[in-house]
Design a protein around this ligand. Structure first.
Ligand code: SF4
Length: 439
């Protein structure tokens, strides 16, 4: 295996094109400082993977940090190369799953005062889904290192998906799409998780509070749906992916609060205003691109080069579109609706036939000329949660006549990034697969 590249650090000079971007970042930071204060005062905190519903913890007033959220903070603070290097020095392989392992790698920080945002307090419990074995092992390391409980949530295979016209049924008829037994299994495990949390923390689960949280989440996600539809339909696009991702993800981490719902509304309203005024990421938009993959958190400035050089705009991000299509989930039983939400997110992201149909339909709707995929990583595998069944995805795009480029780099490991080489690859791809074919 190739040695990792010399670490690069990236300084952002990116202009923020949404008026509230800095406010959102400040809120996020202040929220984390409050969490640190609560932990220092002896309150329990939870550290969970992104496939675990934070809504349950919020309904019990247990501060909760999401693994991938924390990884994105670490990567944005340009600490990934140091921490992943420290993990490799302990003998862990260089191509391990970095988005999921970076949080654990950060526990190797030798100087606490240099940790991003002052560092993550030691959690009282860690929780993860088991859709991928690597993830399970990473969370076992957390539990062993800090001698804390680890709850693993099993996910059932969908027995006989009813995928006919599923996109229009997924908000309210999710149970018949994914099957009651898969929902039953997850709901039962959520009950067990709640019992464990009640015992560990002495706090009580409040179903009515969860219902209110779910309602707020649904309201929030409907704004993302409108935002995504607006961007897909607007030429030139009002914002590119580098503005979309933080505008979506920061409120998503705080979903279930009025603040998060209101920031999603603000996002949509600002897009509406921009579209009406003709404000665009690239006024001379020539090429529309879809970015498949997780956030390039250490280098969000990457995308601007292609706007300037080719009028090529990355108009589509998985974060906004998953928010738009997978999160809003309506149902009478709040715990069951939560199981429906988390099942839907997983299936749309990485399980055929849902993922292939969804990505291709989204590409067509947004009028993209080509796909640039972050992943498939070293060895052609990449994150199964994001790039599941990539060969089918490639075939879906091939059948639709949409060119596809895979970069094979990691979204949080700055050591895998060679700015000049990757700019050249993407530039050549745009030239050959889009612009040359128009001539
Ligand atoms: S395959 Fe994906 S979800 Fe699993 S550990 Fe790797 S990065 Fe994480």
């Amino acid at each position: 295996m190739a040695e990792p590249r010399t670490p690069q650090t990236f300084t952002s000079t990116r202009e923020k094109n949404l008026s509230f971007a800095r406010e959102n970042s400040a809120y996020n930071k202040a929220w984390f400082e409050d969490l640190q204060r609560r932990a220092a005062a002896g309150e329990p905190i939870a550290f969970v993977n992104a496939d675990v519903p934070t809504e349950i913890f919020k309904a019990m007033d247990i501060p909760v940090v999401v693994n991938q959220w924390w990884s994105s903070v670490i990567a944005a603070k340009q600490k990934s190369a140091q921490y992943l290097g420290a993990l490799n020095a302990l003998g862990y392989r260089q191509n391990l799953c970095k988005y999921c392992a970076l949080g654990f790698a950060a526990t190797l920080e030798p100087n606490p005062e240099e940790a991003p945002w002052g560092g993550l307090p030691t959690p009282s419990i860690v929780v993860s889904g088991n859709e991928c074995n690597a993830l399970q092992k990473i969370f076992e390391l957390w539990a062993r290192k800090f001698d804390i409980p680890f709850v693993l949530l099993e996910t059932a295979t969908i027995e006989a998906p009813d995928s006919a016209d599923w996109t229009s049924r997924a908000r309210r008829d999710w149970e018949s799409v994914f099957g009651a037994r898969a929902i039953d299994l997850l709901t039962d495990q959520y009950r067990e998780l709640i019992a464990t949390l009640e015992k560990l923390t002495g706090r009580t689960f409040d179903a009515e509070r969860l219902r209110r949280i779910n309602d707020l989440v649904n309201e929030q996600e409907e704004y993302y749906f409108k935002a995504r539809e607006l961007i897909s339909a607007t030429r030139p696009a009002p914002v590119n992916i580098a503005d979309q991702m933080p505008a979506t993800m920061i409120p998503q981490w705080h979903r279930g609060t009025e603040w998060a719902r209101d920031r999603a509304r603000l996002f949509y309203e600002e897009l509406e205003r921009k579209a009406a005024a003709g404000e665009a990421a690239a006024p001379n938009e020539q090429v529309r691109l879809m970015w498949i993959g997780t956030g390039l958190w250490y280098n969000l400035d990457f995308y601007a080069h292609f706007q300037e050089r080719y009028g090529a705009v990355f108009v589509w991000s998985i974060y906004l579109s998953i928010a738009a299509d997978a999160y809003a989930t309506y149902g009478d039983d709040p715990l069951r609706a939560l199981a429906g939400r988390m099942t839907k997110i997983a299936r749309i992201m990485h399980t055929p036939p849902f993922n292939v149909a969804w990505y291709v339909a989204e590409a067509k709707k947004a009028g993209v000329d080509a796909i640039v995929s972050l992943g498939e990583g070293e060895g052609g595998e990449g994150c199964r949660e994001v790039f599941g069944y990539t060969h089918l995805l490639r075939k879906g795009f091939e059948d639709a006549g949409i060119p596809y480029l895979s970069l094979g780099v990691d979204n949080v490991d700055a050591r895998s990034w060679d700015e000049d080489a990757i700019r050249a690859r993407v530039g050549d791809f745009i030239e050959a697969e889009v612009l040359a074919k128009r001539r």
